[in-house]
Design a binder for this molecule. Structure first.
Ligand SMILES: [Zn+2]
Length: 99
């Protein structure tokens, strides 16, 4: 789980997932209220997660799986992305350029 770089408190899984829906460059720490930014490294890791769903679709098409199975796999991959995301992110005090 990510740790706030200002107050060094750990964010909960639920708090991190809630904040990931806010399409802002920074996320406000629930403990101290200071804005935290994702590190470039964790943005890259989160970006890789986004490839999971298209990969699953490609896999389903390549192996000629029934549509119902493909849909279940897509749904599962979505859950995996949500579950894994808070474990992959790291915070920094200052906003960094993406690359
Ligand atoms: Zn904090």
């Amino acid at each position: 789980m990510p740790i706030c770089q200002n107050c060094h408190q750990q964010w909960g899984w639920k708090q991190t997932v809630q904040k990931m829906f806010i399409l802002d460059t920074g996320m406000i720490c629930p403990h101290c209220g200071k804005k935290q930014f994702l590190t470039t490294e964790s943005k890259k890791r989160a970006g890789l997660l986004n490839f999971l769903t298209p990969l699953v679709m490609l896999f389903g098409v390549l192996f000629d799986l029934p549509l119902s199975i493909i849909l279940i796999m897509i749904f599962t991959s979505g859950l995996v992305i949500f579950a894994a995301y808070p474990f992959l992110v790291e915070f920094t005090d200052e906003e960094q350029a993406l690359w």
